[in-house]
Ligand binder design. Structure first.
Ligand code: SF4
Length: 185
């Protein structure tokens, strides 16, 4: 199966007023476009779904085509938290700490059934979904999801960062209330 090809077409270019030698557009569209094409992922990978993420980074699927080849293991230099794998309850405070250390704006993708709901591990020791401790922007279903699905999730995060949320959403009351509901300041 051939890997999906990154779509770079005219629809990615923000609406603008053009003239000879100049182009004018709104700041949020320009910033949104830059953010969407330079997402820096932090993989919080604990088990099999993490292997699928490795496949997504490999030459066949090549996440670099989406501007996301720069994997970060420092929360302060990442803006996309990719949670892939089973999260034991003992790991939950660590995951939350990593999330809190990431600067705004940041997005969270839950990859696979385990991260999203505990998956088949309905046990006392496994967190039944990371949205119990941190807010999630995009869920990728599957056990495991294929790299195409992970790429689809990334494209959805790109859409969020590019067009679907205001630059100032992170300063909004609604956002603060949502974080407060998680006990995050
Ligand atoms: S969802 Fe399936 S493949 Fe992914 S970590 Fe859980 S058991 Fe493994």
């Amino acid at each position: 199966m051939s890997a999906p090809v990154k779509i770079v077409d005219a629809s990615e270019v923000p609406a603008s007023y053009d003239g000879q030698g100049f182009q004018v557009t709104s700041l949020d569209k320009a910033v949104g476009l830059a953010r969407a094409n330079s997402l820096w992922p932090l993989p919080f990978a604990t088990s099999c779904c993490g292997i699928e993420f490795m496949g997504t980074m490999g030459s066949n699927y090549d996440l670099a085509r989406f501007g996301s080849e720069r994997i970060s293991f420092s929360p302060r230099q990442a803006d996309l938290l990719l949670v892939a794998g089973t999260i034991a309850k003992k790991m939950a405070p660590i995951l939350r700490q990593v999330y809190e250390q990431m600067a705004e704006p940041k997005w969270v993708m839950s990859i696979g059934a385990c991260a999203s709901s505990g998956g088949i591990f309905d046990t006392y020791s496994v967190l039944q979904g990371i949205d119990r401790i941190i807010p999630v922007d995009v869920y990728v279903p599957g056990c495991p999801p294929r790299p195409e699905q992970i790429i689809d999730g990334l494209i959805r995060v790109q859409e969020l960062s590019k067009t679907k949320e205001s630059l100032r959403r992170r300063d909004s009351e609604e956002y603060k209330i949502m974080l407060n509901s998680y006990g995050i300041e």
